[in-house]
Design a protein around this ligand. Structure first.
Ligand code: PEP
Ligand code: MG
Length: 575
């Protein structure tokens, strides 16, 4: 750790789950603080003294047993978790059991490494490979290293690295949190999460949102904050203040708690202070998530990420499996809007069964609707299953709303819409590739609705990888250029050349920021879709502003040169 930050010093980062917290910093025990011991050629472990074959075999067995224990623990924690947390923990358990990793460990053992060093070296080989691939693979490096650290600790008979024991509420700090750690956090003790690295759409951010814990990522220079130091985290403003004056900091944290209580009391339905209606919908990824959303104030589902339901599948789910899943999700809101997105495979969400090959630049490669180029049947089969699910649920869901991700051309939109209409589905497209936003009037005649994916739209407009923590300031959806595109899309959709008003929603993480949500409505968007945990915060914030005020806030944001300026201007106007 470097020198302690000065009293009152403000460190900036990217807030990904709004909220304010004041408390002592508690650092995660970092995996790299575990010394794996000597690499190939040396060593002090017992197996080092055994004849080569026996040593390798003994090492292989010890590694396999430790990895198995770690995988079982992850499975147990997955069974106790729900939604995204459960998915992430299960996916990590699969990684711990990875045969390729075990083989790479044996290779290192054969070179003479101790079993701990072999585990680390094998992990680093994969980490290097993943870093070169970039995108989602690069994001998994944190998971890999975390699992490796757990296995090394197990081999050493040490407690699992990771989250410290909290004996009083505090602010959890980390270089980057492994999803396995984030998923098990207790929101009563963890007042906020602050990471030196990580991106706004990383798993940590998504899980923190699900748990309702304020979260910041990409906080450069965080390591200068010594464990135990009191900090004020303001995720909405993107700041961490070191040793602030205790009185005002406590008052601010208390006020924020009151706001959160307002959110807790907010029961919907969503509307602005002047009664202007808003569709406030939920983002879900499986049947359980949809039913959870339906038990709260969500007005429907604005984004059902079907690919997330199948991330762990080696082969394509059967027609019946798909129909059961889609019908469960549609049936959770029998009378409301449910928007299902067709498989957004590729880039950060590779699906084993989608037939994709390795690419140099997967975020610009075969992903989303483009998978149709290499596996034309996959989309048709999914649309068939969605249509069958709609028929099964019937009523308002007999013509389900379906949208395609990563559409870039009018031909793609027209073709997708034709295929939907042939099956009685209601077609829409996501606006995430800038070409759609720029020429949106040419797309409108073909489709029935638009949904703006601000995560990818920002990534492509700013030419900045959404997974890169170094570029988090660029991938901030408050970027005025992104806001201008959103305004252009909303304005065009309000006056489609065929006289229809095409509904425009936002389903990216931008909609989950209560202040930005007000701006988005002011820009002309009519629905917002957010993680279920974020919904009351957005709903409570919207209930405090009129439509006219939203328009004024939008004008302030548009009249800024930087994301920071836009955010500060809106914050100042709302406080
Ligand atoms: C988006 O890009 O904003 C979006 C909602 O899609 P995803 O995050 O799943 O890529
Ligand atoms: Mg996207």
């Amino acid at each position: 750790m470097t020198q302690q930050s000065k009293t009152g010093a403000v460190i900036r980062g990217t807030g990904v789950v709004a909220g304010l917290a004041y408390g002592p910093a508690r650092w995660v025990v970092r995996p790299d603080e575990l010394d794996p011991g000597p690499a190939a050629g040396g060593g002090d472990s017992d197996e080092q003294d055994q004849p080569d074959e026996g040593r390798v075999e003994a090492g292989r067995e010890r590694f396999a047993a430790a990895a198995r224990t770690v995988a079982e623990r992850l499975d147990q924690r997955a069974a106790l978790a729900t939604g995204v947390s459960a998915e992430v923990l299960s996916a990590n358990a699969v990684l711990a059991r990875d045969r390729g990793w075990a083989k790479a460990v044996v290779k290192e053992l054969k070179k003479g490494a101790s079993v701990e060093a072999a585990a680390v070296a094998a992990t680093e080989t994969f980490a290097e490979m993943f870093a070169k691939i970039g995108g989602r693979q690069a994001e998994r490096i944190t998971d890999l290293r975390d699992i490796c650290a757990r296995v090394v600790a197990e081999l050493r008979g040490l407690p699992e690295p990771g989250i410290p024991e909290f004996d009083e509420p505090g602010v959890l700090m980390a270089d980057d949190l492994a999803p396995a750690d984030t998923a098990g956090l207790d929101p009563a003790l963890v007042l906020a999460i602050v990471c030196e690295h990580g991106g706004p759409t990383s798993h940590t951010a998504i899980i923190a949102r699900q748990l309702g814990i304020p979260c910041m990522v990409a906080v450069g220079g965080l390591t200068a904050v010594v464990d135990g130091t009191h900090v004020l985290v303001d995720a909405a403003a993107g700041t961490v203040t070191v040793e602030p004056e205790a009185g005002p900091a406590t008052a601010q944290a208390d006020a924020d708690r009151r706001n959160r209580a307002l959110a807790a009391d907010w029961t919907g339905p969503a509307a602005l202070a002047d009664g202007h209606p808003v569709h406030l919908l939920a983002n879900v990824q499986d049947g359980a998530g949809a039913e959870d959303a339906a038990s709260g104030p969500a007005g429907g589902i604005g984004l059902f990420r079907t690919e997330l339901a199948f991330l762990d599948r080696a082969s394509e789910p059967t027609h019946d499996e798909q129909v059961d899943l889609y019908a469960r999700v549609l049936g959770s809101f029998p009378d409301a809007r449910v928007v299902t997105r067709t498989l957004d495979a590729g880039s950060d969400k590779p699906l084993a069964f989608a037939g994709m090959t390795e690419e140099d630049n997967p975020a610009l490669g075969v992903r989303g609707i483009r998978v149709d180029l290499i596996d034309p049947g996959l989309l048709d089969r999914q649309l068939d299953a969605l249509a069958a699910a709609g028929r099964r649920v019937g009523g308002a869901q007999s013509s389900p709303w379906v949208m395609a991700p990563m559409v870039a051309t009018v031909d793609e939109a027209r073709d997708f819409a034709d295929r939907c209409r042939q099956r009685g589905l209601t077609p829409g497209i996501m606006v995430e590739v800038p070409s759609v936003a720029v020429a949106v009037d040419r797309f409108l005649p073909h489709i029935d609705f638009l949904s703006i994916g601000t995560n990818d739209l920002t990534q492509y407009v700013m030419a900045a990888d959404r997974m890169s923590s170094d570029l988090a300031a660029l991938t901030d959806p408050w970027q005025p250029a992104v806001l201008r595109l959103i305004r252009a899309v909303a304005e065009a959709a309000a006056r489609s050349s065929d006289g229809r008003t095409i509904p425009v929603g936002v389903c990216g993480e931008a909609a989950a920021d209560p202040n930005l949500a007000c701006v988005l409505l002011g820009l002309g968007v009519s629905s917002l879709s957010v993680a279920t945990a974020a919904l009351p915060f957005v709903g409570a914030a919207l209930a405090e502003v009129t439509f006219e005020q939203c328009r004024e806030l939008a004008a302030l944001a548009l009249d800024s040169d930087t994301a920071l300026e836009a955010r500060d201007a809106v914050l100042a106007a709302r406080s």
